[in-house]
Design a protein around this ligand. Structure first.
Ligand code: IDP
Ligand code: MG
Length: 141
C-alpha cells in the first residue's frame, strides 16, 4: 500500500551539503518527493517530534543539535517507503551502520554529545502520521 514518511536531513547533513545526495538516494530507490522545506526547527517543534525520547540522557543534546541550524524536511511517498527509507538510512550509530546506507557511507562519530547521523526517518505508520502532521500540517486532510 502506498504510504508516506517523514525524512529529515539533520543539521550535520545540511551543513555538509548532503541534502542533494540524500534526495538522490530516495529518488534512485523509486520513492516520490511530495514536499520539501528548509527551516531551522525551534525547540517546541523538536519537543513534539522527539516526545518519545524525553527524559533520556541524550535528550537535551539532541534538541540542542537539531536546533543548531537548517534542516531539510521531506515528505516522501511510495509502497512501504517507511520501512524502505529506514533501510536506506542504516542503523542509528553511524560507526556501525552498514556501508551502502546513508549513515554507513556518509556518517561517522564526531565525538559530540548527540549522535550526528545525517538523517531521520519515521519508524512506523503511526510515527509517520504523527510526524508529518508536525512538519507538514498542510498535507493532512
Ligand atoms: P533513529 O534516528 O535511528 O530512529 P532513535 O533511537 O529514535 O534513532 O534516536 C533519535 C536520535 O537521537 C538518533 O537519530 C540520534 O541522533 C540520537 N540518539 C539516539 N540514541 C543516542 C545515544 O545513545 N546517544 C546520543 N544520541 C543518541
Ligand atoms: Mg527514531
Amino acid at each position: 500500500m502506498t504510504e508516506r514518511s517523514l525524512v529529515l536531513v539533520k543539521p550535520d547533513g545540511f551543513e555538509r551539503g548532503l541534502v542533494g545526495e540524500v534526495l538522490r538516494r530516495i529518488e534512485a530507490k523509486g520513492y516520490t518527493l511530495v514536499a520539501l522545506q528548509i527551516l531551522t526547527p525551534d525547540r517546541d517543534r523538536l519537543a513534539k517530534h522527539y516526545a518519545e525520547h524525553e527524559g533520556k540522557p541524550f535528550y537535551d543534546s539532541l534538541l540542542e543539535f537539531m536546533s543548531s541550524g537548517p534542516v531539510a524536511a521531506v515528505a516522501i511517498e511510495g509502497v512501504r517507503c517507511i520501512e524502505g527509507f529506514r533501510s536506506l538510512a542504516g542503523s542509528t550509530d553511524p560507526t556501525k551502520a552498514p556501508p551502502g546506507s546513508i549513515r554507513g557511507d556518509l556518517g561517522r562519530d564526531w565525538g559530540q554529545g548527540s549522535t550526528q547521523n545525517i538523517v531521520h526517518g519515521s519508524d512506523s505508520p503511526e510515527s509517520a502520521a504523527r510526524e508529518l502532521a508536525i512538519w507538514f500540517p498542510e498535507l493532512s486532510d
